[in-house]
Design a protein around this ligand. Structure first.
Ligand code: CMC
Length: 436
């Protein structure tokens, strides 16, 4: 961390001594005020629910400028990665800090490919779930369950264990998501095939059957690969912070990533793509484009609790750059499939247009986020709505594990332990039950 010449001074109106707080500069983005000695010197905590103003770590992985609508993985703009690289190169970049050269790419891809199969016992574990269980409930269990199958990579303090568990998680997530899907529709599992790309292999495991081979379509494979790239990391969001906090206790990487999967499930986070598509389908059933005005009225009504899902973001106060790329992919996929007149796409575009002009959204800087269009693409590919968040988890696994490994390797790393402002009952005595 680079110290700034500027210092902050915290003073108190009750005459308590003031305190100088060091300021550190990042390579880009807001400076941070170092409050680590605050409690020791003043006996006071800071209060920041939802971490609106708090940097919980230092990181070199992902940078977002929410006002500009900029997203960089290790310094590279997401637009360049999405158009010039594939997901395996992106994984290498996030994990190891640099884009691979041709030999490194081939080696990395081969290593990941050769870890895609899961222990055969996993399928018996999966069979314990109800067939109608939500895929994210299954994924939380399966990912946590990996720790029971891969004992030789659970020591987070061992760099070799960290490396191999990273590869295993990235490699096995598509297999697990596809197994969860096959289980839900009562079809046999399809084993991975090593001559296919990461995205192609996933789609084959999803859509082939033992009776009929599935030949992945290039446009759809590219779209799937782009979905993976766009969701691969997003700095310190809720699930990534969950992975860091969970992993900070020294628990194994599979347990930490399972915690991330559980957090991602929520509709304000990874569950938004499912919620956005359900919303579009509901408005379509209400009468489609004709009924947009009525729907927007509900969204703007504070008492209705209706939100425009796929809109708004804690960090982006401008168009989410991932949404632009997803919008492009959406048109490409629907055109390739001859579905460019899809009513849901038409509705999404009309809704977006109105929201971008309406003062409610403009004044709050609410723009479409990546989930607004990713659901339409996935639905066109044939992925059921309930599986959308599991696919987000698959893609985000590399980001989670890169962030987890970065934290463990950071000399300043400590177990995460937030403090609180306590305003409950002060010490009191327990009365016998008859006197309460
Ligand atoms: N529809 C209608 N109003 C909204 C929306 C929305 N989608 N999002 C925010 N607002 C309003 C909110 O009611 C508030 O209004 P007011 O100032 O009058 O009280 C104002 O905008 C600020 O919102 P906020 O809740 O303080 O913003 P936040 O930063 O806490 O929440 C968010 C961000 C993503 C949780 C929220 O925008 C949201 O719930 N969006 C819909 C869900 C969604 O699409 N989530 C996906 C995020 S991108 C994928 C990911 O990274 O996981």
């Amino acid at each position: 961390m680079t110290p700034s010449d500027v210092k902050a001074t915290l003073s108190f109106s009750d005459g308590s001594p003031s305190m100088d707080l060091p300021i550190f500069k990042g390579s880009v983005g807001p400076d941070v005020i170092d409050i680590r000695k605050l409690y020791g010197q003043t006996g006071k905590f800071t209060y920041d629910p939802g971490f609106l103003s708090t940097a919980a770590c230092q990181s070199k992985i992902t940078y977002i400028d929410g006002d500009k609508g900029e997203l960089l993985y290790r310094g590279y703009p997401i637009e360049q990665l999405a158009t010039k690289c594939d997901f395996m190169e992106t994984c290498h970049l996030l994990l190891h800090g640099e884009l691979p050269n041709a030999t490194q790419k081939a080696d990395f891809t081969k290593t990941v490919t050769y870890h895609t199969m899961v222990n055969e016992q996993m399928q018996f574990f999966l069979r314990g779930f109800r067939r109608d269980a939500h895929p994210m409930a299954i994924m939380t269990g399966l990912v946590g369950g990996l720790a029971a199958f891969y004992h030789d990579s659970t020591d987070i303090t061992n760099p070799e264990h960290r490396e191999i568990s990273a590869v295993r998680l990235i490699a096995k997530m598509p297999t697990l998501v596809a197994m969860a899907y096959k289980y839900s529709i009562g079809q046999p599992y399809i084993y991975p095939k090593n001559d296919l790309s990461y995205a192609g292999n996933f789609m084959r495991m999803m859509f082939a059957t033992p009776c009929e081979e599935y030949v992945p379509d290039d446009v759809l494979v590219r779209a799937m690969d782009r979905i993976f790239i766009l969701h691969a990391d997003h700095e310190q969001n809720a699930s990534t912070s969950t992975v860091r906090l969970c992993g900070s206790s020294g628990t194994n990487p599979f347990a930490a990533i399972a915690a991330g999967v559980a957090c991602l499930w929520g509709p304000a986070h990874g569950g938004a793509n499912e919620a956005a598509l359900n919303m579009l389908e509901d408005v379509n059933k209400m009468g489609g484009v004709e009924k947009i005005g009525e729907f927007i009225k509900q969204v703007k009504d504070k008492n209705s609790n209706v939100k425009l899902m796929g809109f708004g973001h804690r960090v982006y106060k401008n168009y989410d750059p991932r949404a632009k790329l997803m919008r492009e992919t959406c048109h490409e996929v629907l055109t390739a499939m001859g579905k460019h007149n899809d009513p849901i796409l038409k509705l999404a575009m009309a809704l977006e247009k109105i929201a971008l002009e309406d003062d409610y959204f403009v004044s709050r800087k609410l723009y479409p986020n990546v989930d607004f269009y990713s659901g339409i693409v996935q639905r066109a590919i044939g992925i059921p709505v309930s599986l959308f968040t599991a696919i987000f988890a698959l893609a985000r696994t590399v980001g989670w594990i890169a962030q987890l490994n970065e934290m463990i390797g950071d000399p300043e790393y400590k177990i995460g332990r937030p403090r609180q402002l306590f305003n409950g009952a002060v010490s009191r005595d327990v009365k016998p039950v008859g006197e309460r």
